[in-house]
Design a protein around this ligand. Structure first.
Ligand SMILES: Cc1cc2nc3c(=O)[nH]c(=O)nc-3n(C[C@H](O)[C@H](O)[C@H](O)COP(=O)(O)OP(=O)(O)OC[C@H]3O[C@@H](n4cnc5c(N)ncnc54)[C@H](O)[C@@H]3O)c2cc1C
Ligand code: FES
Length: 338
């Protein structure tokens, strides 16, 4: 156990063996800035003033020469070798509403969603809630470094069931291990919940969910929770899903059972490669997700609470479109996927 004290605050917290500075701070209820949790975004940088740390991930993409020279480290990857003193700007908005915990979990079920998306259903040994739209760190068997996956279900207090819709990445280490090796009854470790793109039930606005490819899971969770939220009962929920070809299209089946389906809850899919053989017979919308969202909602975007998730190129284009459409930043919610 190592003790971390903060140079610019009275706060202090303990880091257990094998844990990281960021995750331990969040477990202690502190507002340590972060986003991806896998060493790719750089939001969790801190300055090391005393003591020693080492990164779990050998060459995290968000850490470079300048960081090394300025004694800056990544909180999500930094494991302390002993007591440390660090400098970081804690922020109220990062104070976790549900503190993350590590738990063993058993795979209870898995089933195909598309040709390359599988829903994995886990039951935690240590029941724990999460907010719709949040993610967990999953230790795939035999893979170095946990990967982030977002939950697709809704789990309140005392719930042990955390479900994930995961898209296989060709040649991917974690998705390869999960898809090819994990069977019902197998166990692994989950750590969560994490993430800032959770459903804002207090926001009195229509909800727009934009999901591209691997971004299906958190948007399904948000739509499911929004559909049954008394505070959002008179609000519409618009769900747009973007896939490359017709065989990538998914999501509608998870919304059809929700109260308000077909009236206040609507779904539309858009395909970006309509001429591909896998899109034969496709009669729906074509183009990029962000373009179709702009065409469908136009000026109304400014009055919506917008959630989006998906691969980096989709997320970047969507964010730019929302910015140009004048959607206030506080109404745009996403955790960048890497
Ligand atoms: C916040 C967040 C939520 C996500 N939610 C989903 C989701 O719901 N569904 C989904 O399908 N995908 C999701 N992803 C993407 C997912 O985490 C993986 O990037 C993806 O599945 C590819 O993993 P892979 O190991 O198969 O591929 P690889 O190509 O083997 O690995 C690529 C990913 O693993 C990371 N990585 C590589 N080595 C390490 C290491 N040592 N330690 C930590 N990370 C490492 C890389 O930064 C990269 O993100 C999410 C990503 C983030 C950041
Ligand atoms: S690099 Fe640490 S949270 Fe993204």
């Amino acid at each position: 156990m190592a003790r971390i004290t903060l140079a610019n605050s009275d706060a202090a917290f303990d880091v257990a063996e094998g844990d990281t500075v960021l995750r331990a701070a969040l477990r202690a209820g502190l507002g340590f800035p972060y986003e991806c949790n896998v060493g790719s975004c750089g939001n969790c940088r801190f300055e090391l003033q005393e003591g020693e740390v080492a990164h779990l991930r050998a060459e995290p993409p968000a850490w470079g020469e300048r960081d090394r020279a300025r004694k800056r480290w990544l909180g999500c990857q930094a494991a302390p070798a002993g007591d440390c003193r660090i400098k970081v700007g804690l922020q109220e908005k990062y104070v976790p509403l549900v503190r993350p915990r590590i738990s063993g979990a058993v795979l209870t079920e898995r089933h195909d969603v598309t040709h390359d998306i599988v829903e994995f259903r886990f039951r935690l040994d240590d029941p724990h809630p999460f907010l719709p739209g949040q993610y967990a760190l999953v230790d795939a068997p035999g893979v170095t470094g946990a990967r982030a996956y977002s939950m697709c279900n809704v789990a309140g207090a005392g719930t042990a069931d955390w479900h994930f819709q995961i898209k296989r990445v060709p040649g991917g280490a974690a998705t390869g291990a999960l898809f090819d090796r994990l069977r019902a009854g197998d166990r692994l470790t989950l750590d969560g919940p994490y993430g800032m793109a959770w459903l804002r039930e207090e926001a009195p606005r229509d909800v727009l969910c934009l999901a591209g490819g691997s971004g299906l899971s958190p948007m399904v969770s948000i739509a499911r929770a929004a559909a049954v939220s008394p505070k959002l009962a008179d609000r519409s929920i618009r769900f747009l899903y973007g896939g490359r070809t017709a065989r990538d299209v998914a999501g509608e089946a998870f919304l059809r059972d929700l109260p308000g389906w077909g009236t206040r809850i609507t779904y539309e899919a858009v395909v970006s490669q309509p001429d591909a053989p896998e899109s034969a017979g496709w009669r729906g919308a074509t183009g990029f997700l962000h373009e179709v969202a702009k065409a469908r909602f136009g000026d109304a975007l400014k009055d919506m609470e917008v959630y989006f998730a998906g691969p980096p190129a989709m997320a970047e284009a969507t964010h730019r479109m929302l910015y140009e459409a004048g959607v206030p930043p506080e109404r745009i919610h996403f955790d960048q996927f890497y």
